[in-house]
Design a protein around this ligand. Sequence first.
Ligand code: C2G
Length: 130
Amino acid sequence: MKRIITFGTFDVLHVGHIRILQRAKALGDHLTVGVSTDALNFSKKSKMTVYPEDQRLEIIRSICWVDDVFLEHSLDLKGEYIKQFDADVLVMGDDWVGRFDEFKTLCDVVYLPRTEGISTTMTLEEIRQS
Ligand code: C2G
């Protein structure tokens, strides 16, 4: 069985998130998703998410392509998570290209193209302006 792992905040879920999860699952048989904790997100982006981590986890768990979820507490633990979940492939969007190449000693690392024209930031801006 080929096991895939991917990571993200997945706040204000949109089709870009859905598509990367679908494409990640298509690369193997089992998909594990690490969902950033509120604290990790704040450390990355210096702002709060709209939805708290327990709700983002519940939303991602309910997606048909997702087999397992957990909370990602730190970017520095990525290698540990890859080992813990026995991942054969790490998948990330290409906004992260090159950033996780160090894990090529543990598993394949694949960067998939992001879906153009949509992001959580853009969606929140459109809501603010409406
Ligand atoms: N994504 C995408 N297309 C978009 C927006 C996002 O393919 N239009 C992908 C991103 O490339 C990422 C995943 O969806 O692989 C989750 O995106 P975010 O929620 O923005 O995740 P991020 O905050 O980048 O967290 O350990 C890594 C981090 O936890 C990733």
